[in-house]
Design a protein around this ligand. Structure first.
Ligand SMILES: Cc1cc2nc3c(=O)[nH]c(=O)nc-3n(C[C@H](O)[C@H](O)[C@H](O)COP(=O)(O)OP(=O)(O)OC[C@H]3O[C@@H](n4cnc5c(N)ncnc54)[C@H](O)[C@@H]3O)c2cc1C
Length: 265
């Protein structure tokens, strides 16, 4: 299938139903997109056209879905595209493509899942938590941010999740990085899932060598992307299993497979 045809088969015009600033500089936008919600799996993403046709589409993780109809995206305002998106109003229409990529996988035998969300890394992990809790799994969430202003509101987390908070300035929870407390919970977990900066993954990779049992860790890679469907090779990365495209083979990878030093954002 060509790029245009592949795009068209997953292209949706979705109406914005709400758009609110959930934390300073972070927006939660909800759109009505039942065809995406019907197929979406945790860890997958959509691309959204932000403004005119000249700007590349921007990839955003599927944050959560409600009522088989509403798709939520959580994003941090960092540049032109996300600023544009933060200004969209209820009733406006967005051009989306998705769901795209390969998401997180849960082994059927795994009962205890540890999720590590660094800052905006909560974006895809929320949907994973929703699914895992729905399947009766136990979920602990390590939620880390620089200050309490960057913390996802705990009252909005899925019911039944156990959240462990860290802030670098100590304004809430344990003072430090989430990787400081991660070793304490790693032995409990059957599987570990992480989304955050590359430095966080490097720390986890180093820590794993000390763990009693080498638990499987899946990470989501948020590199710069072009087409989002594996056609332009703009997001290719070198892995231990050869070259991979983050948009098509990922964005979720086993930490063991990734060569973290090779990843440039
Ligand atoms: C699969 C995937 C899922 C993503 N999910 C989310 C999400 O759920 N929520 C969210 O807030 N962001 C997410 N991102 C990152 C998001 O796509 C970028 O922040 C966004 O494209 C920036 O667009 P912009 O036009 O606002 O900024 P630009 O003007 O393009 O860039 C502004 C600044 O942001 C940096 N930047 C640009 N792209 C990225 C990127 N991919 N990762 C990190 N920094 C970047 C640039 O280096 C620059 O410093 C995801 C990225 C990928 C690849």
């Amino acid at each position: 299938m060509g790029v245009e045809a592949a795009h068209q088969s997953k292209q949706v015009t979705a109406t914005v139903t709400s758009n609110l600033e959930l934390m300073p500089g972070h927006h939660l936008i909800c759109v009505e997109a039942p065809s995406i919600v019907a197929k979406a799996r945790p860890g997958q993403f959509i691309t959204v056209r932000c403004g005119g046709t000249l700007i590349l589409r921007r990839p955003l993780s599927i944050h959560k879905s409600i009522d088989s109809k509403y798709l939520y995206l959580l994003f941090k305002i960092v540049g032109k595209g996300t600023t544009w998106l933060s200004q969209r109003q209820r009733g406006e229409r967005l051009d989306l493509i998705g769901p795209l990529g390969k998401g997180f996988s849960i082994e059927p035998a795994s009962q205890k899942l540890l999720l590590a969300a660094g800052g905006i890394g909560i974006a895809p992990l929320f949907f994973l938590a929703q699914k895992a809790l729905g399947e009766g799994k136990s979920v602990k969430l390590l939620l880390g941010a620089r200050t309490n202003e960057g913390l996802y509101p705990q009252k909005d987390l899925p019911r039944g999740i156990e959240a462990i908070i860290t802030t670098e300035d100590g304004s809430e929870g344990t003072k430090g990085k989430l990787t400081d407390v991660l070793p304490k919970y790693a032995d409990w977990a059957d599987q570990i899932y992480a989304c955050g900066p590359i430095g966080m993954y490097k720390t986890i990779a180093d820590q794993r060598q000390q763990w009693q049992v080498n638990k499987p860790v899946q990470v989501s890679l948020e590199v710069r992307m072009g087409c989002g469907i594996g056609a332009c090779f703009g997001c290719s990365i070198k892995t231990k299993n050869g070259m991979k495209q983050v948009c098509h083979d990922g964005p979720v990878f086993d930490l063991d497979e990734v060569i973290l030093e090779e990843i440039k954002i």
